[in-house]
Design a protein around this ligand. Structure first.
Ligand code: TRP
Ligand code: ZN
Length: 869
């Protein structure tokens, strides 16, 4: 909370810690409102200062002693505890109290539905005790937990269990020791009563690892997919990266109250239950794939994050960008590479590009931070992963893996920087990454513009390329980047032309390094069609004036599925833009037959993976389309997307129906082929639901579905097309699932994205549903998050009622859970994208928030940036 203006921290101000802490002994005497924490640390001065600054937040201090004696030379400040005149080496003992039951921010030690759990990243350990809460202070932890045995039979912490005792009055104590030195943000404690799914894994070198997944009582049969995913992760990291697990036990706890997806605490991951619990009746195929990805992500952190951690929080992308890259590769190796790539690229082109052009724009390694929680962003994670991927593209798999090995040789057991990572990649490969490093410090989305020309006489084909990064809110000076640009050329028959420059065969990955550059290819016998930025080889916007014919040609002939999909998206983009212009001039939505036929071709191509076909038929989202404009006409874009969907539905009706009817499956399985068929069939349903005479399909599917994927597809169709069966279906689902918050989240998300005119009124009523609570981040994100992010028509309603509602909710969340508030506010920060009237209405809400007297740092940082821009 802020009394005066919160202070920013700068990357360039980094200073090594004044002291080191080699060992910590923690004792927790758990109590709902007065948990007693005893922390004994072995501390050593590392510079010349005899003053030790400890971080602390919401701590009630009881006593301080040094080397066993009461110590009085200290001062409690607003942000911590300062000890002075200290000896050069000492044992520090701090006793303090904290209140888990009133901790609604879900940072530090809190209660989630009766179970104690912790969340310490980024700076939550300071809510547990006074400590050097920074990632470059690595200590060996021993943790004793004391609690009532019948209420809290499981007492868990990092590492291995070393002691267990029954105490008086029905209490017990369990002690854990983690042999791997770690920063405080990786500390974890859990206490509660759970059902446990156990298994074991034998590592490549033959060590046994006990695997334990803790879930709410009664949920055991929903934990199997998480366990399979964990075992697959362990195997994959050994095979692809040569990395083995390093403790005797790996625990995962699923909790219902959690601000993010999951947390990689050493040996004791804490997960949002959304990324653990699944069975065919409660979870969709997307949920299953999400669980696999997040289980993998947290497991892969054990090496990229925990064994090698971050020197300071500005280096967050060191572990997050790299670990996202690893989890994407894991999902791609186990499932469909092209479908994974398509979905990852959608995230970059949609929300990440939007972030890059928003008031919150920052490089993947930020320079200035007020609230660290605000920098767990799409830019740090997803663009960070693209930056790692570009290095992978430039080096190739073998050299990249040599780079990884060198990175671990140099930095295992330490806190490193992004620079350390790039240096290891460079040294191991001899690939020059000097200019490439700019990706770490420069924010914004580069635009790569290309023109081409063919010279009949010399048989040469030239690509003239220029790059430019538009100014962002945080940086006015932009330099040319090193952009790997993957290109393929096709002849008239659709054959690939080998790339030659000056008579020599060259790689398909061109190096764009200058503001303007020409690439001349020789021995080209006729004007080719270029396929560019293949595999999305760099996180940039590509500009090239393709004709409709060229794009339709690439949709058929491009050698891989990603390039086919991308051509289809470019074709749609052209016609979405044209239609938006036409609509504003009083025209109506139209689609030339060439476009319709191109998509008919996709539908009829039986050689493609049905999962890919489903992606190829999916229109870009409203949010992605918004990114193409400086100012977006909300109503026109919504109308055009709806109009195009309607045209494709009626023009392709016979094909869609035929596929819908032949892809039905009797039995449910989560094998890729089964998922793929469901994806295609349900994509067809979304189109068919636009045709009045086909709408009975939706109710039929809802009633006959034997799995949540098909149920949800029917509900989504009913909701987004406002069908007459919507009400009945929604009521039936709520009657059936009202006692299961996680399953109700899907229902809340539909209520939030309901395009009907009375949606906001209904949404307010949903907040009184017994399953809803603003205290639960999953519920809040489902209902309110969907309204702000997935309901452009109603959120941006000209009346301003949507904005007012958002402002009210944000004010409440600012006090109870600032982290959740801060994530929800993002759509409001982008007010400059809308017309004058809407801008004014949003500003009013931002001003109200800005003037709150208990405004948390999280919202302060974002709102003040947005209003000053
Ligand atoms: N390190 C976590 C991850 O990427 C992110 C995370 C989980 C987090 N919980 C958090 C970050 C709370 C900030 C605050 O997997
Ligand atoms: Zn992570």
């Amino acid at each position: 909370m802020t009394e005066s203006t919160p202070k920013a921290k700068y990357r360039n101000d980094y200073q090594a810690p004044s002291h080191t802490i080699s060992e910590v002994f923690l004792t927790f005497e758990l109590n709902e409102t007065r948990t007693k924490v005893t922390a004994i640390s072995r501390v050593k001065q590392s510079g010349s200062s005899t003053v030790l600054d400890l971080d602390g937040d919401s701590i009630e201090l009881a006593s301080v002693s040094i080397n066993g004696e009461n110590w009085t030379d200290f001062e409690e400040t607003a942000t911590g505890l300062t000890l002075a005149n200290l000896p050069s080496e000492f044992e520090l003992k701090i006793v303090n109290y904290i209140s888990p039951a009133t901790n609604t921010a879900l940072e530090g030690l809190y209660l989630s539905d009766g179970a104690y759990c912790t969340q310490c990243e980024a700076e939550g350990f300071r809510r547990i005790t006074y400590f050097m809460d920074r990632p470059d202070v690595l200590a060996e932890y021993t943790t004793e937990i004391i609690a009532d045995k019948s209420q809290f039979p499981f007492l868990l912490s990092n590492g291995n269990k070393i002691d267990e005792q029954d105490l008086e009055n029905g209490f017990h104590s369990v002690t854990w020791h983690d042999p791997h030195p770690k920063p405080a943000y990786l500390f974890a404690l859990v206490a509660g009563d759970f059902d446990v799914l156990t298994d074991k894994y034998v590592t490549r070198s033959g060590r046994d690892v006990a695997l334990e997944i803790f879930v709410d009582k009664g949920n055991l049969e929903r934990a199997n997919h998480a366990m399979v995913s964990l075992i697959n992760s362990m195997k994959w990291d050994e095979e692809r990266f040569g990395l083995e697990y390093d403790l005797d036990i790996y625990m995962i706890v699923a909790v219902d109250f959690f601000n993010m997806g999951a947390m990689e605490n050493k040996g004791l991951n804490v997960f949002n239950s959304k990324f653990v619990l699944a069975n065919e009746k409660t979870a969709t195929d997307t949920d299953y794939l999400g669980i696999e990805a997040v289980i993998g992500h947290e497991y892969f952190h054990n090496w990229t994050g925990n064994r090698v951690t971050c020197r300071d929080w500005f280096q967050l992308s060191l572990k997050e960008g790299l670990t996202v890259f690893r989890d994407q590769e894991f999902s791609s190796d186990l499932g469909s590479r092209s479908v994974n790539r398509i979905n990852n690229v959608r995230v970059i082109r949609g929300p990440q590009f939007a972030e890059d052009s928003s008031p919150m724009s920052h490089p993947i390694r930020p320079e200035k931070v007020i609230e660290m929680n605000n920098f767990y962003t799409l830019t740090v994670y997803e663009k960070g992963s693209e930056v790692i991927r570009m290095m992978h593209t430039l080096l190739g798999e073998d050299k990249f893996q040599s780079g990884m090995r060198l990175y671990f040789e140099r930095h295992d057991g330490t806190a490193a920087t992004c620079e350390d990572f790039v240096a290891a990649m460079e040294d191991a490969s001899a690939v020059d990454l000097k200019q490439f490093r700019l990706w770490y410090s420069q924010s914004g989305t580069p635009i790569v513009s290309v023109t081409d020309s063919y010279d009949e006489e010399s048989k040469t084909y030239t690509l003239s390329v220029s790059q430019c990064t538009p100014v962002t809110h945080d940086q006015s000076n932009k330099q040319p980047l090193h952009i790997p640009f993957d290109v393929e050329l096709y002849d008239k028959e659709g054959n690939i032309i080998e790339l030659q420059c000056n008579g020599e065969v060259v790689s398909s990955v061109l190096n764009i390094t200058e503001a303007k550059q020409e690439f001349v290819f020789d021995n080209i016998m006729g004007k080719p069609t270029p396929s560019m930025l293949r595999e999305f080889s760099a996180p940039v916007r590509l500009e090239f004036k393709y004709s409709d014919e060229q794009l339709a040609f690439l949709m058929i002939h491009a050698r891989n599925e990603f390039a086919k999909w991308d051509a289809g998206q470019m074709l749609l983009a052209k016609h979405i833009k044209t239609n938006v212009t036409n609509l504003k001039n009083g025209g109506k939505v139209e689609l030339p037959s060439l476009v319709v036929d191109a998509f008919r071709g996709v539908l009829l191509n039986e050689n493609c993976d049905p999962a890919f076909t489903a992606e190829a038929l999916s229109l870009p989202s409203f949010n992605e389309v918004s990114g193409w404009y400086d100012q977006v006409d909300v109503d026109a874009v919504c109308d055009v997307l709806l109009g195009i969907k309607g045209i494709l539905a009626s023009e392709l009706r016979d094909e869609l129906l035929a596929i819908y009817n032949t892809t039905i499956q009797d039995n449910y399985s989560i094998e890729h082929q089964a998922i793929a068929k469901r994806a295609l069939r349900n994509t067809c349903l979304q189109y068919l639901a636009k045709l009045p005479e086909q709408q009975n399909l939706v109710m039929d599917q809802y009633q006959s579905a034997n799995n949540m994927t098909d149920t949800m597809a029917a509900m989504t169709a009913a909701n987004s097309s406002s069908l007459s069966c919507r009400e009945t279906i929604m009521q039936d689902y709520s009657d059936k699932w009202q006692h299961d918050g996680l399953v109700m989240d899907k229902w809340f998300a539909l209520q939030g994205s309901n395009p009907a005119e009375d949606a906001l009124q209904n949404l307010k009523e949903c907040m009184n549903h017994p399953a809803f609570s603003l205290k639960n981040p999953n519920r809040t994100r489902s209902l309110i998050g969907a309204f702000l992010n997935m309901n452009p028509r109603r959120f941006h309603d000209k009346s301003g009622h949507g904005y007012q509602f958002a402002g009210e909710i944000l004010k409440q969340l600012n006090s109870s859970n600032p982290q959740v508030a801060s994530r929800l506010i993002d759509p409001l920060l982008k007010f400059k994208k809308y017309d004058e009237q809407r801008q004014q209405l949003i500003r009013v809400e931002l001003d109200k928030i800005k003037s709150m007297d208990d405004l948390a740092n999280d919202l302060f940082e974002k709102v003040s940036k947005a209003l000053e821009s």
